[in-house]
Write a protein that binds this ligand. Structure first.
Ligand code: SAM
Ligand code: DTB
Ligand code: SF4
Length: 383
């Protein structure tokens, strides 16, 4: 069989069942570029530098990431966050990985639900706080608040204020925002807004057709402008190459200010979605992505997000060593299952980890995370 035929066969097999990630490992230098100082915050990383970093031998990368981590964070602290899908399913967007798009509801069989009531959400936030979470994140399967009636957005603002008054960090992920909507969320007390870029600009049209990369960047700019802390990351395992992963990291690390929070998700393949047959990244690919994020964005909270349920305790330990300092806890993410409480408690105990308190000042940034919230919180504790 000729090489071309073999390559073609392999390509079609991969296209049908799995994806693979082409790496440039071995071709690159093994060190952080000599012009860069570990732990220093830079916003001018080049794509070539990031690619070279991405291709480094894993243990060297993890070693440098662990050193960087200790310059900005208490390595024993890992924040526990709880997600709640306050409006599930029926989304008009077409994200190929997502269980909640109405485009494949015939296949996923996910039933669209209405926006939850304020009381029910507050009860869930109380339970999350009691179980050790210091950040509560509410998600809606919306293109954005503009798509729904004003009353629904008002209800989310009310939920935001009430969770904030409980002394928790409050995060929301509601889709695209206008600058006015971002300001309203800020006034309601929102700590952070999650809006992921998901993948590289080059690969984005393979992931969704219903919006552009630029739309995502505009919402992130509106969030930043409103003084809300930015939570923005991606997903590994969407069929992208390693160059796309490096490209996504370059976009994040060259924003005018680094996001205070970068979630790294592994694809959770959901039955009925176009990406149902893609192969999620390996644990070590997740470790590599976390280490690169940590070195590029030293002060940021790097969140080991979706896909943790399939990771061994050993892989998770490597992720924490590489600089992850947040996880989602609780039995559910948005629509898919999450790690069990008992196994998480055992893992924290065995690794000597403790929860990260709410409002620890983030070194990276925005007005809502410059430490004033931490002082406010400390005062509340004294009263
Ligand atoms: N609709 C809003 C949006 O897209 O920004 C908020 C909710 S959306 C479900 C939040 C994020 O969850 C997505 O941006 C994506 O990164 C992540 N996500 C969704 N489904 C996922 C899956 N199956 N596996 C991994 N991450 C997923
Ligand atoms: C993020 O980056 N990951 C979380 C949170 N931000 C909103 C969501 C993960 C969703 C996983 C798939 C699901 O449960 O539907
Ligand atoms: Fe809708 Fe968000 Fe899912 Fe995309 S990721 S389909 S925008 S809920």
């Amino acid at each position: 069989m000729s090489l071309r035929v073999a390559a073609k066969r392999l390509a079609s097999r991969l296209a049908m069942t799995t994806t693979t990630t082409t790496t440039t490992r071995g071709a690159a230098s093994t060190a952080v570029p000599t012009t860069r100082e570990l732990g220093k915050v830079y916003n001018d990383w080049t794509k070539d530098e990031v690619r070279a970093l991405y291709a480094r031998p894993l243990l060297e990368l993890v070693y440098d990431a662990a050193k960087t981590h200790r310059m900005h964070h208490d390595p024993r602290q890992v924040q526990q966050c709880t997600l709640l899908s306050i409006k599930t399913g029926g989304c008009p967007e077409t994200c190929n990985y997502c269980a909640q798009s109405s485009s494949w509801k015939g296949e996923t069989k996910l039933k669209a639900e209405k926006l939850m009531g304020v009381e029910e959400v507050i009860e869930a936030a109380k339970r999350a706080k009691e179980s050790g979470s210091t950040r509560f994140c509410m998600g809606t399967a919306w293109r954005g608040p503009s798509q729904v009636g004003a009353g629904q957005f008002e209800r989310v603002l009310e939920m935001t204020s009430q969770v904030r008054d409980m002394g928790m960090e409050v995060c929301a992920t509601l889709g695209m925002l206008t600058p006015e909507q971002a300001l309203k969320l800020k006034e309601a007390g929102l700590t952070a807004y999650n809006h992921n870029l998901d993948t590289s600009p080059e690969y984005y049209d393979k992931v969704t057709s219903s919006r552009k990369y630029e739309d995502r960047l505009n919402t992130i700019a509106a969030v930043r402008e409103a003084g809300i802390s930015v939570c923005c990351g991606g997903i590994l395992g969407l069929g992208e190459e390693e160059a796309d992963r490096a490209s996504l990291m370059t976009v994040l690390a060259t924003l005018p200010e680094h996001p205070e929070s970068v979630p790294i998700n592994a694809l959770v393949p959901v039955e009925g979605t176009p990406f149902k047959d893609l192969k999620p990244p390996s644990g070590l690919e997740m470790v590599r992505a976390i280490a690169v994020a940590r070195i590029l964005m030293p002060a940021t909270v790097v969140r080991l997000s979706a896909g943790r349920i399939n990771m061994s305790p050993e892989t998770q330990a490597l992720c924490f060593l590489a600089g992850a300092n947040s996880v989602f806890t609780g039995d559910k993410l948005l629509t898919t299952p999450n790690n069990e409480k008992d196994s998480d408690s055992f893992l924290f105990e065995e690794l000597g980890l403790e929860g990260r308190p709410a409002f620890v000042p983030y070194a990276a940034g925005a007005a809502s995370s410059d430490g004033s919230e931490w002082e406010h919180h400390q005062k509340q504790q004294v009263q």
